[in-house]
Design a protein around this ligand. Structure first.
Ligand code: ZN
Length: 163
């Protein structure tokens, strides 16, 4: 299986290599349900105080289903405090406290999860595919996207693509 990733060629400050990968963490934008691009989030994260090396997520799945590359997959991300050393971060654009992910986003998220799990030998289950708020106190990835993790929609799509 393979997934189309749009290369963004973003410019990062120093990055460190992640030693191992056994979990995928799902995020949303918040921010009034905007269809944030990797470039846009890259600028937000670079403009933090203190600045980050660049976008903290490894992938951005936009509302139309386009998957953009964020931080290089080999690098330690900045998306789940204390858990970045063993996780890959996938961001779905939108505010899922109020809106719902599009069918295209859910489909491409499932395919991407399947591809990552295949390459790293990660089991496709709820112990290994988690919402940000399962790791710490945050409303991310929004109640509506979290519900699609909890009811097995995301893992179900990933299993479909994996097989
Ligand atoms: Zn998050």
């Amino acid at each position: 299986m393979s997934v189309d990733i749009v290369e963004t060629n973003l410019d990062f400050d120093s990055l460190s290599e992640r030693g191992y990968t056994d979990m995928i963490v799902i995020h949303h934008t918040g921010e009034n349900d905007i269809d944030a691009s990797a470039e846009q989030i890259h600028q937000w994260h670079k403009n933090r105080n203190p600045p980050w090396a660049g976008i903290g997520y490894h992938y951005v799945v936009m509302k139309g289903g386009k998957i953009e590359r964020g931080r290089p997959e080999w690098a330690i991300g900045s998306h789940a405090y204390g858990e970045n050393g063993h996780t890959i971060g996938i961001h779905l654009s939108g505010d899922f406290q109020q809106a719902n992910p599009t069918p295209e986003q859910l489909d491409r998220c499932g395919a991407l999860v399947a591809d990552i799990c295949d390459r790293y030998g990660i089991p496709i289950d709820r112990a290994h595919i988690v919402g940000h708020g399962e790791l710490m106190a945050t409303s991310c990835p929004g109640v509506n996207l979290q519900a699609l993790l909890d009811d097995g929609t995301i893992t179900g799509k990933a299993i479909y693509y994996y097989n």
